[in-house]
Design a protein around this ligand. Sequence first.
Ligand SMILES: Cc1cc2nc3c(=O)[nH]c(=O)nc-3n(C[C@H](O)[C@H](O)[C@H](O)COP(=O)(O)O)c2cc1C
Length: 359
Amino acid sequence: MTDPKPALGAVIDEASADLAFSRATVSIVLTNPNVDDNPIVYINEAFEELTGYAKSAVVGRNCRFLQGPDTDPADVARIRDAIRAREEVAIDLLNYRADGEAFLNRLLLAPVFGEGGQVQYFLGLQKEMTARDVEDAGGRAAAADRMRAVQSRVRAHLAGVIDTILDHPNAGCSERELLSLNRRIETLQFLYEEMIRPAPFGRNDGRVALGAYIARVGNALAHVEGRPGIRVNIASVDLAAGVDVSTRLGLLASELLTNALRHAFEGRAFGSVELRVVTLAQGGLRMTVADDGIGIPEGEPFPAGGARGGRIVRRLIEGMAASIAVSRGLAGTVVTVDVGADALAGGGGARCGTVTAGE
Ligand SMILES: Cc1cc2nc3c(=O)[nH]c(=O)nc-3n(C[C@H](O)[C@H](O)[C@H](O)COP(=O)(O)O)c2cc1C
């Protein structure tokens, strides 16, 4: 791309640019139930925008400060019971922004289990429900039904992967690591948004429109990590895939593309990166991230063993029983990830299928 912002339309069509940036984003919060009163340890920017509270004002506090005079105590009791039982809960409740304005908060709460089976974090996803959202989703009851269906799938898959990417969220992170953490969590946020989009744009079978999701992850990254002179091309087949494999592929796309944008063009003014997802003749799919930059130096392993990004890539690959191959040419690096048909079909029970027109 020649300029990350104005040139966006030249790289992707207007419709996907709109998809990537105009929709209200989901706010994300993580709390630590192993500390007294389950305080917030992480919030994303969408949380700050939604609530009007700055990160510095909320980290260390319990989320109940969002409640106010007209919040229904029965709703709060439901949340309290779910947390005590270490269960997920999806609920619409009245909350208040920092300036005192009330809003209807669609809250999804899920425990994130550590390897020993203990709850390590609670994950909270908040989305403001406007009257229009409720209407679009076919009324409040239908919206709540849809939410519950999504929630049970999200809990199983998303929380587990969050555990993969959060080794030590509080372990003296550098600014760059915090930015990486933010990017990884926002990649999951996009997935969640693809899943809660009301029909006819969203799917209602619990599967993810993988092409739209990968395009969104890639476009958002190109926007954030891109720089003038570096072109980013994204092309993904339209596939309906299971939540688990979609989560992993979205995170992989995010890791590999970030890596290319950060390292492939050091000292170079021009270059291009291509993120491509195609189906394989035998079933399954292939994701490639190819750059024409300086290439990985001879003898340097990739994904690098010690670095967090490298560990995450390896764990994501193992979790899908996929293969990863890295080739270094005269011009840059090509990373190829192949995912078998079995892994692609998993996560939702049903077989993977191509999205048909109108879905
Ligand atoms: C991860 C997480 C996110 C939460 N997000 C919200 C929220 O957005 N709004 C809200 O009113 N309560 C939220 N809560 C619930 C409150 O923190 C608290 O658990 C609830 O008020 C019940 O406990 P209490 O009766 O001790 O207040 C969240 C809880 C957790 C664990």
